[in-house]
Design a protein around this ligand. Structure first.
Ligand SMILES: Cc1cc2nc3c(=O)[nH]c(=O)nc-3n(C[C@H](O)[C@H](O)[C@H](O)COP(=O)(O)OP(=O)(O)OC[C@H]3O[C@@H](n4cnc5c(N)ncnc54)[C@H](O)[C@@H]3O)c2cc1C
Length: 330
């Protein structure tokens, strides 16, 4: 697995093109001591015709300042520069008092067209890079390996066909593209020179960002908790992450699937579910859940199949056929 960063040797050796482009502007980053004007649990994204500014809280008096600059002056951004950028683009009242660490860097938005060649895989910055506005890079890489690890485990232990590994590309490439599109859009929108676009942005965003569903959507998007593998060949339905207490505890589900059975299930359904899981005991663990109906959860916590219609027999048949598509019995 090539998890060897943006300059990935593995990617070069595989001859995987890294399609995309480089932003014209330089980015600067400075971990800065500040006054306590801004809340310590909020980040600020500040649009400006001079370029975007993002302020991330590190503590009540320290912040990470990320901004675009036309050129890199000196070897590293100075306190003077940080103060100038905050005065030019930042919220009122914030003061920079000292710079702990700072650096310039160039930013690209690029991704590979495929995430594996034969048995060699790429993940993280080796496979995708984008603007740091939005803070998505590390999470996207972690999701890559989270998606792949259980599949590799099942294949290596002979529980699944190798074709299961193809679903790493099928599931992650659309997510990666959407992260790149979103961060590209945010970077451009925050720095647009167009007066009309600025007016729309500065009017619409403050209005809609107070609407609860919009806030929820933004949180889901930026936290990546809203990722769904809809359309994946190994998912039936929306493919959303399962948030359920019954997944916690025990010794962990390792690379097994979970069959969640709603508390309301009858004795006969519980018995049928028990027999069904026993027939696939290496792969499937049964847990009773407050979630109604029958739900198949993948080892990475995403829902592969959900049925709340209470037709246990047809549900078990569908789940068996879904698992058969990716597994082969020992
Ligand atoms: C300024 C800035 C701010 C960012 N802020 C955020 C943020 O707020 N949130 C977020 O999620 N992400 C953020 N990111 C992105 C995040 O840092 C990266 O996406 C993440 O570190 C990528 O992890 P990675 O493991 O894929 O690659 P890397 O962190 O680059 O790790 C690759 C590793 O491979 C090693 N390596 C390379 N070649 C070889 C070789 N041939 N042999 C052995 N080892 C090798 C390297 O030494 C390195 O340790 C930011 C990035 C930048 C530049």
């Amino acid at each position: 697995m090539g998890c060897d960063g943006a300059h990935s040797t593995i990617r070069h050796l595989l001859n995987l093109p890294f399609a995309g482009a480089t932003y014209d502007a330089f980015f600067m980053l400075a971990d800065t001591d500040t006054n306590e004007t801004l809340p310590a649990d909020e980040m600020q994204l500040c649009p400006s015709e001079f370029g975007p500014l993002a302020i991330f809280p590190m503590s009540s008096t320290r912040r990470r300042i990320v901004a675009t600059v036309p050129t890199a002056e000196d070897t590293a951004p100075s306190l003077d520069l940080v103060q100038k950028i905050l005065a030019q683009r930042g919220p009122k009242g914030i003061e920079a008092r000292g710079v702990r660490w700072s650096s310039y860097f160039r930013v690209h938005h690029r991704q590979v067209a495929k995430l594996h060649v034969g048995r060699i895989f790429v993940a993280g910055d080796a496979a995708h890079i984008h603007s740091p506005i939005g803070g998505q890079g590390m999470n996207t890489g972690l999701h890559d390996v989270w998606n792949l690890a259980w599949k590799l485990d099942l294949v290596l232990h002979g529980h699944s066909r190798e074709q299961l590994l193809d679903t790493y590309d099928a599931e992650r490439l659309p997510v990666i593209k959407s992260v790149i599109d979103m961060t590209h859009f945010m970077t451009r929108a925050l720095a647009t020179p167009s007066r009309i676009a600025q007016a729309v942005r500065d009017t619409v965003i403050p209005l809609v960002s107070h609407i609860a569903p919009v806030q929820q959507g933004i949180v889901e998007r930026l936290s990546q908790l809203g990722i769904a593998y809809t359309g994946s060949p190994i998912v039936e339905g929306a493919g959303k992450r399962c948030f359920d207490d019954s997944m916690c505890g025990g010794t962990g589900i390792c690379s097994r699937f979970l069959l969640l059975l709603g508390e309301e299930a009858s004795g006969a359904t519980r018995e049928a579910a028990g027999n069904f899981c026993a027939s696939l005991h290496d792969l499937l663990e049964l847990r009773i859940s407050r979630r109604p109906g029958i739900t198949l959860v993948r080892p990475d916590g995403y829902i592969a199949y959900a049925d709340s219609n209470n037709h246990p027999e047809s549900t078990f048949e569908s789940i068996r056929s879904l698992l058969d598509r990716q597994m082969h019995q020992k």
